[in-house]
Ligand binder design. Structure first.
Ligand code: COA
Ligand code: ZN
Length: 207
């Protein structure tokens, strides 16, 4: 029995969802996914096959978590975040199974580094977020990225280590530079024609 109401939530019979996890209205959880205690998911999320969502993880509304992702304790996802297949959001920057004396580490023997993925951001397939970073709103990571630093809003990073190669529109297409303005760069989307201002500090991080 669940401790919390779950209106219109679909949970596949093979999924393992803690009764203490909170799932927003209209969220779907597919085969063999595991959602741990006190994880909190918003409305209309999709948690695909074989996903692992650790205890206390916070996920906003309208997020899509694709097959085989692992999202560990300390992670927070905003609204509308896309997590491509086989992504990992880590939480222990210097991992060890044991203490220096060889004894098994317990819950108190390690430090959790928090990681955020802000509204609208998308992680390409197989992205690994090294913990303690923020992926900004509407940013995107290329498939196979190992992300070791913060990604600015709208930033497109790729590679290992991931570097900032471009900026992307809310619609997902790459932005083109229109003009430099006093405090940044005016960029335009060739597909949807929307303009986005990228702050100077972020624009200067392009490789
Ligand atoms: C990162 C991405 C958005 C770039 O798209 P793009 O700008 O159209 O890229 P291009 O194909 O023009 O490639 C530009 C350069 O980046 C390289 N590149 C492209 N994707 C890359 C990636 N993921 N990692 C490293 N390098 C990449 C290309 O090899 C190319 O370099 P080259 O000119 O030296 O050959 C896209 O390749 C990507 O990885 N998308 C995510 C797909 C995904 O995982 N979807 C998840 C749902 S299944
Ligand atoms: Zn666009």
């Amino acid at each position: 029995m669940t401790d919390v109401p779950r209106p219109n939530v679909r949970i596949h019979p093979t999924a393992d969802v803690s009764p203490k996890a909170i799932l927003g209205e209209g969220t779907s959880v597919w085969n063999q996914a595991q959602i741990r205690e006190n994880a909190k998911l918003g409305k209309t999320c999709v948690v695909s096959k074989n996903v692992y969502i650790d205890f206390d993880v916070v996920i906003g509304d309208n997020c899509k978590i694709q097959n085989n992702c692992s999202i560990y304790h300390g992670a927070t996802l905003g609204n509308g975040v896309f997590v491509g297949p086989h992504c990992i959001i880590t939480n222990d920057r210097f991992p060890r199974a044991v203490n220096a004396d060889g004894s098994a580490k317990g819950n108190a023997d390690w430090t959790v580094s928090k990681t955020r993925v802000d509204d609208g951001a998308a992680l390409g397939a197989g992205t690994i977020l090294v913990c303690g970073i923020t992926v900004g709103a509407w940013a995107m990571t290329g498939s196979g990225s190992v992300v070791t630093h913060d990604v600015p809003p709208h930033g497109l990073v790729m590679g290992n280590p991931a570097r900032l190669h471009s900026f992307v529109c809310k619609c997902g297409n790459k932005l083109q530079l229109v003009s430099q303005v006093t405090d940044g760069a005016a960029m335009s989307c060739p597909t949807c024609k929307n303009q986005t201002i990228i702050p100077k500090n972020d624009f200067e991080k392009l490789v």
